[in-house]
Structures are given as C-alpha cells and as structure tokens.
Design a protein around this ligand. Sequence first.
Ligand code: ZN
Ligand code: ZN
Ligand code: ZN
Length: 486
Amino acid sequence: MPVKLEQLHLNDAEEETNDLKEPKIVPSDKQICDGVVLLWRQEPASEDLGPADLLTRIISRNPQWELSREDLEQVLSGHNLLFTDESKLFTYADEVMSRHPPKPNPKVVDKMELREIRSGRWSFFAAKDLRRDEIIFYEHEPLTPILPLDKASLASKGRSCSLCGQLLTQSSQFTLKNLLDCQACSAVWCSKHCKRLDASTHGFLKHPTSKSKLVSASGWMRFEELCKEHGLQAPYAIGIVYARIILNRQDGAHIQEELESLAEVSQLLRTKAADSTNVGGLFDKTTGAVNSEEGPVWNELFKSFCTAFPQAQEQGFDMDTFLKNVGKYNINQLDGQIFTMYSHLNHKCEPNVRYEFEGKTGLRLFARKDIKKGEELFTTYVNPLHGVTLRRRELLVNYGFLCRCSRCQKELKSRQEAHTKQLAQEEPDQLTAPRRKSSIKASRPDLSELLKNGQEFDLEIPENLRLERRRKSVRFDDRVMVALEE
Ligand SMILES: [Zn+2]
Ligand SMILES: [Zn+2]
Ligand SMILES: [Zn+2]
C-alpha cells in the first residue's frame, strides 16, 4: 500500500500568528519608571518585590517590552526609585518658605495656635485638648474660587458656571429670571453669589471690547488656550488669582496678602526633583507635571501671560515670580483650590486631623484622634493607602522632603527585616521560601518530576532569548509527519 506523507501543524502555533507579529520594543526610561510607579500605586504590596520578581510583574503587564533585570535596576536607580544612600537624593524642602506669617481670623481658629517652626515656616498646634472627631475649624471659602481648567470650555459655552465650573442643571428660564447670564457673552453663573464674585474680572478677561490697560481679553483667551493645550492647571490658576488681585479693588489686596503668607517654592526646583511624569502617576498634570525636557513650555506660558497682563512685568511680576507662583499653587492646592488655613498644616503619613469638603465651597477640619494641647496638627499630603516607597517618593518630588515620620520609620524597618530574613531563607530551595511563592518564576515546576508523571504543563519562555515566537505550551515539535492511508 503506497503511503503519502503530509506535514501537519499541531499545538497552538497557528492561532498565535497575530500575537507573533507584535514586535518587541525597548521601553524608554520614562515608560519603565511610570510602569513601576503605576504597579506600586495599584498594588502597594508589590513594593516589597525584589528586582527579579519586579521584572516578572512588569513584563507580564507589558509583554512586548524587551527589558533585562540589569536594565530595570539601572533605570530605577538612575531615577531614584531604587537607592541605597538616601543622603544623595535631591531635596528642596529647605527652600520652601512663606514671605510672612498667615493672619488667621482668631474667631475661626480659636482651637489652634500658630507657631514658627523654622525660619519662614509656620504651623498650627492644638491650643487645647481636642477630642477625636471634634471640628477644629471651618473655612467657608477658598482664597478665591479657581475655575478648573477642564471646565473652561464648558464655561465659555454657558454650560457650566463661569466662576466655579459647576455643571449647570438649571432651566434657562431660571437663569433669565435671576439674571444669571451675561449680557455680552455666553457665560452663565450657577448663583448670584458666583456672579457677584466674578464681577470684578469676568468682563475684562472675556469681553474683547472691554478697555483696560491691565488686561487684554484676547491675550487672556490665548493664554487660556495655551494652558489647555499643555493641560496645565497651575499657570491658569495663577492667571485667575493675579487677575483678581489687580482688578478686584475690594478684595485684591487681601488676596495678595493671603497668597504671600503661603509656602512658596520655584516650580523649577520641583521639576528638578521629578524625573517621571506618569499616567495615573504621582506627579500628574494637576500637580504641575512638566518633565525636564519641557522647560521651554514655561517660557512660552510666561510670554503669553505677559500678553494677557501687559503691565505685569513692570509691576515686578517676572519669570521668577511666575515660576514661584506656579510652585506655590502646586504645593498648596487641594482639589484645585487654595484653602489658606489648611495650607499651613504639615504632613505625617499617620495624620491626627482629617478634612471634609462642606457644601459647595467650604472645608471642615476634624481631629482624627484625641489630640493633647500643644501637639502639632498634621494632615497627610499623600494617599495613606499607598506603600512606604511610593508615599516617600511622592513627598520627595511634590513637596521636596524625605519623610521620616514614625510610620515611615516603622515600615522601612520591617521591610529591612523581611529582606534580611528572605536572603537567609533563599539559599537551599527557592520553592520553599514563602516570599517567592507569589512569583511565577519562583513557582516554576520541577520539570523532571512532572515529566515522570506524564502531566502537561505550561513552560515559561525567558523573555530575553529573542525568540521569534512565543508558545503558550510545549508538548513536542509543532510540525510532525503523519502517514495517511491512500
Ligand atoms: Zn458657581
Ligand atoms: Zn460675559
Ligand atoms: Zn511618612
């Protein structure tokens, strides 16, 4: 009987064809840092992974990346995400200071007292024993309402409040009846209160026909566009605050005085401490993310700012002031607004106070635990659910200091201990080391044992072998010769 031989494909080689075509890419430093930071944000426990396990996790999230353990370690060390000597890290907290102490209304802050903790820095202390959940103070309104940049387009179309940005749900009849619309443009306000607060600046910034030596409406609109283009809230906020200072005869001087009492630092120093701006990362657009290559953006924005406010430079508002104000806004803003009293609270990763937004514009501060008279009040600048590495990095980049609070010390110490223990345990059999069990690499099966039992199993293909194809499973060669009967 003649036998015809035919070659057949087995296994899953065929269905993977599309997958195979996906080319490997060498990620940039920024992509690597952002990937690691994102993992730490989403899974705080992943901060404890050693470099090998970290690489496995990063590759499983970014399968197309071509990245070796050495490269990963080098990039992370180069960007201060992995370091052995803390003292070499760049900090700028010593440069953060206020021009003069704040002058809080004694009626509002009767439970706290202000003390200078070092030259140019003030902080609040409990003026009496405070019980847990007790209200400490209430700030009715921020320094001056700042329109969120992402509401600017809706506001100019009359779909959100021109001052506070709140989306408008009111009927046009209600708007007209209450005179909440602008006679000269499409702006609308959510309340009489917002319209009144916006009265000093709205026309000068939004009506090209308005006459003022201090403001050019067309220049302002270009500045607004530029801020939108770069997605930068901070310079936009600075522009709004500056406009209120120079145009609002009633409140301008007060706004300026309060603003000067806030801690200030040049955005350039903050940019120097940041080397990874990231997707969902810690130094995002609202907190002033501009990576070092984007330095010229500030020149462009300042030039545009000067077109909007033609006399700014003459009045002493130069590039340095601009950058200091951008830095000031970024370190003091809370949800985009500046609450002057809240701004003077210092940080601890285990705070003794907490805040709640109250009504449309207010902020209330509560004791988070019992506080003794004379104790300093601490809020938290970062998400307390994050792991210690991420918290400290965020504080370092955004606020310029390495946190050495008791919680950080405790967590760093226990990590150090776990690490030492892990090293001691790792030697004879990696499979039994409990810390490594979670990793795919560590749970790699004993092949000879499995082959003996005739089981099918998934085999991990090392990523750095530059294989032309990846296989989900391996049984035998995927091309076999079969004999077909004629
Ligand atoms: Zn409003
Ligand atoms: Zn108008
Ligand atoms: Zn801390």
